[in-house]
Design a protein around this ligand. Structure first.
Ligand code: PLP
Length: 402
């Protein structure tokens, strides 16, 4: 016997049912608005929203690629925390690297000259040497501990100075306020990667920068489970950034934005724990005979410690240490013998990480002269447990082939 399905059953309206939220419902957190189409009440409303979206007005969206209430909430929070009280706007991008690439594309044109710190995030350097070079933009890499001396590197076509403080892996601190005041006099844009400190510890717009990029993947998320970036610009620069983002169809999902909002609530308390755990490890490492130097800006031994004290209100959990000497096998043994640390790229989550730093191809202004480097991210683990890991690692290193 064949079964027949009722064709005209009144409850088969799959399209219209279950779309009414009912009475207003308030919860502690915003809901996640998942959307592609955005609906309008009438044609006049539709036309007004299209014009507002094209103009980049705050929270305007004729289509969800321009944003949803969830992504708008995050973008506004990032602008306020990173730049406030300076008027600023934020674009959310799929990753931190995408935020860097978008900023460089938005503000540089063929024939322009870019100055970039020698210890910027490696993939930012590769973007400048690859895509930007292909499009006729020349990059000069400068000493990442530079100050007003950067004036000597300026050319008539220098359009942007790109900074990172402290630098990746080697943690140099440039004199950002001095560089920004010089750039402003000459009409040159300044952009900074504020990954290490987050706005809890550094206020780049107070230093005078025009643009900052944040890998929200790192401390903002805090849980190693979501990828996102943000580009924050002074209000006057927004139209140009907005067009670059919009013309490339760059956007983020509301689920991911919601996860960053959730992580952000505990950013401040997590940063305090990362700082104190990191300093326990850094001070312990400084006393080890195997260690030539600890590269941590909060240690008085750091060459730009005075700048760190002036510019930052604290330290995060990321730093490196240099070994006197170690074979490849010894370096691997040090990083492989661990119970609490994990081995991996990225950082800024609750977990502690250790890895050998490989600077091959990543320094051109001044090649790395020191010994083997190890990078640590002090997570929220008990620092005594992390120290016992490092003790085991050093023992394994001594036993390995030199
Ligand atoms: C990780 C990192 C980025 C890139 O962020 P992703 O979201 O992983 O693309 C940018 N800058 C610095 C300094 C970083 O450490």
């Amino acid at each position: 016997m064949t079964q027949s399905f009722p064709q005209d059953h009144k409850n088969q309206d799959l399209v219209s049912i279950a779309r009414d939220a009912g009475k207003p419902y308030e919860s502690v957190n915003l809901p996640i608005w998942r959307a592609s189409s955005v609906l309008f009440t009438n044609v006049a409303d539709m036309r007004a929203e299209v014009a507002a979206t094209a103009a980049g007005e705050r929270r305007a969206a004729n289509y969800a690629t321009a944003g949803t209430p969830t992504t708008f909430a995050l973008a506004d929070a990032v602008a306020e925390l990173e730049a406030g009280p300076h008027p600023a706007r934020t674009a959310l991008l799929p990753s931190g690297l995408s935020a860097i690439a978008t900023v460089l594309q938005a503000f540089l044109s063929p024939g322009d000259h870019l100055l970039m710190g020698d210890s910027v995030y490696g993939p930012a350097r590769l973007f400048a040497q690859g895509m930007l070079a292909r499009f006729g933009i020349e990059t000069t890499f400068y000493d990442p501990a530079i100050g007003a001396g950067i004036g000597d590197l300026l050319r008539p076509n220098t359009r942007m100075i790109y900074l990172e403080s402290p630098g990746s892996y080697t943690f140099e601190i440039p004199d950002v306020p001095a560089i920004c005041s010089l750039a402003r006099e000459r009409g040159i844009l300044t952009a900074i990667d504020n990954a290490w400190a987050s706005p809890v510890l550094a206020r780049p717009f107070d230093w005078g920068v025009d643009i900052s990029v944040l890998p929200l993947t790192k401390y903002w998320s805090g849980h190693a489970d979501v990828l996102m970036g943000a580009a924050v610009v002074r209000e006057a620069l927004w139209p140009q950034l907005h067009q670059a983002v919009r013309q490339q169809g760059l956007c983020v999902g509301s689920d991911d934005a919601w996860l960053i909002l959730r992580g952000m609530r505990t950013l401040k308390v997590r940063m305090q724990a990362h700082e104190s755990n990191g300093l326990v490890l850094a001070r312990w490492l400084e006393k080890r005979p195997e260690v030539a130097r600890v590269l941590h800006p909060a240690l008085p031994s750091h060459p730009q410690h005075a700048r760190w004290k002036r510019d930052f209100s604290g330290a995060s959990g990321l730093f490196s240490f240099e070994l006197h000497a170690a074979s490849a096998d010894q370096l691997s043994a040090l990083c492989d013998h661990r119970r609490h640390f994990r081995l991996g790229f990225s950082w800024g989550g609750f977990e502690s990480l250790i890895m050998p730093a490989n600077l091959t191809g990543l320094r051109t202004a001044g090649p790395w002269q020191g010994g083997p480097l190890v990078r640590i991210h002090a997570g929220l683990d008990d620092p005594e447990a992390l120290i016992s890991d490092l003790e085991d690692g050093f023992a394994a290193m001594a036993a390995a082939k030199s």
